[in-house]
Ligand binder design. Structure first.
Ligand SMILES: *Cc1c(COP(=O)(O)O)cnc(C)c1O
Length: 401
């Protein structure tokens, strides 16, 4: 049996043209490293599995992370939180981006911790708690300098008063006081210390009201580089997936990238010299050559501008080979030159860990002028099913092709 996109299908019944292979042993390796670092400073680890586990699949990643040393999970939306609960995951789970008009009763009933970042959000969550008939678990968010979500420091004391009143009324428990860093990828940037000091001041206000919340601030980069900012809980995301938040080359990073994006060649053919290839004929065959068609394109998360400079490569039949011409919606064309060893059905690796010589998500990000976060989350699960390998309790699926 092969697990794809969270559902189990009989092996062989579905033969996807393309897939994102997610190595759960890499997830466990990365989480063990992160939670080990956190534990060394007495902190727990929240594995962030928002955005479908950064494109890797939230539920299988969450299970692997919990097996490897994480004790919390973090997501962005209530839908994401409820999906994890529906899958039977009972670990502490924080959700942090909401409308104050949402109905929070189901989330409170499902024991989802809720971030609140304004009096209106707090009131809505308390209303949910009343209707659910149990106290809400709150994480009060302070804006320490990112100026995105969170309560401004000057409004904080009144906000904490409201939360303390809800606790006294039996409507809430204040589990955390938290914030998010603006320059975590620059570990010595002066804003890190300033944000930590503001978090501590906010936490002290809560302590002065008799509350005993956890503090949490560190994302992946700060988990790896700033043990002094671990506080009681860290929230790594990108590093869980093996993408290095400090942009170290694959060979120097202790992390292992978990995702391999690959597809089977659907057609191999000889084309004469002087023929234009793909839309707009941006590339012309310099001599008779062998072309291979690979069924992945910009609708799947292979950005069209990845080959604007003609530098995109794939790993195919034991070699790195150039993609020629424009990336289309569903396809790319690979030049195999005079190599007659490439066959329909062969596997082209678009990106992976880099260990076999294939490009990495970091290589794509460099070419695109973006970050690997965008590359991984850009792989569209609907067209590119995820195949999970090296799970703790399931047979390997699909690894061989
Ligand atoms: C996404 C996110 C994280 C994880 O950040 P990484 O840089 O991926 O480690 C942590 N906290 C919050 C609030 C986030 O939105």
């Amino acid at each position: 049996m092969v697990e794809q996109s969270g559902t189990t299908v009989p092996a062989g019944a579905v033969s996807p043209l393309a897939e994102a292979v997610v190595d759960l042993s890499a997830i466990r390796h990365n989480v063990a490293l992160l939670s080990g670092a956190a534990a060394a400073s007495g902190a727990q680890t929240m594995a962030v599995v928002k955005a479908e586990g950064y494109g890797h699949g939230a539920v299988p990643v969450a299970r692997a992370a919990l097996a490897a040393g994480a004790s919390w999970l973090g997501v962005c939306t209530l839908d994401e939180a409820m999906e994890l609960r529906a899958a039977g995951i009972t670990a502490p789970l924080l959700s942090w981006l909401h409308l104050s008009g949402q109905d929070f009763a189901p989330a409170v009933a499902a024991d989802v911790d809720l971030s609140v970042a304004s009096p209106a959000h707090l009131a809505a969550v308390l209303d949910g708690a009343r209707r659910a008939g149990r106290p809400a678990r709150l994480h009060l968010k302070i804006d320490t300098g990112l100026s995105r979500n969170g309560v401004q420091p000057r409004e904080w004391p009144d906000f904490v008063d409201e939360a303390a009143k809800a606790v006294a009324d039996g409507l809430a428990e204040v589990v955390g006081v938290w914030s998010h860093l603006a320059h975590a990828d620059a570990p010595h940037h002066p804003t890190l210390d300033r944000q930590a000091a503001r978090l501590n001041a906010a936490w002290q206000v809560a302590r002065d009201r008799g509350l005993h919340p956890l503090r949490h601030l560190a994302n992946s980069a700060a988990t790896l580089t700033r043990p002094d900012l671990h506080f009681e809980l860290v929230r790594p995301g990108i590093a869980v997936y093996g993408l290095d938040p400090l942009d170290r080359p694959a060979a120097e990073s202790p992390l292992r990238p978990a995702m391999t994006l690959r597809a089977r060649v659907v057609l191999v053919k000889r084309v004469p010299a002087g023929e234009g290839v793909s839309y707009g004929h941006e590339w012309t065959t310099p001599a008779e050559t062998t072309l291979a068609v690979v069924p992945l394109g910009y609708a799947d998360g292979v950005p069209r501008r990845l080959n604007f400079r003609g530098r995109m490569r794939v790993w195919l039949a034991g070699k790195s080979r150039p993609v020629v011409g424009r990336v289309c919606m569903d396809q790319i064309v690979v030049d195999c030159g005079q190599d007659d060893g490439v066959r329909e059905g062969d596997v082209a690796v678009l990106f992976g860990s880099g260990e076999r010589g294939e490009p990495t998500a970091q290589d794509w990000a460099d070419e695109l002028g973006t970050i690997h976060y965008e590359v991984a989350t850009g792989v569209h699960g609907r067209r590119v099913p995820r195949t999970f390998v090296n799970g703790a309790d399931e047979a390997d699926g699909g690894a061989a092709w």
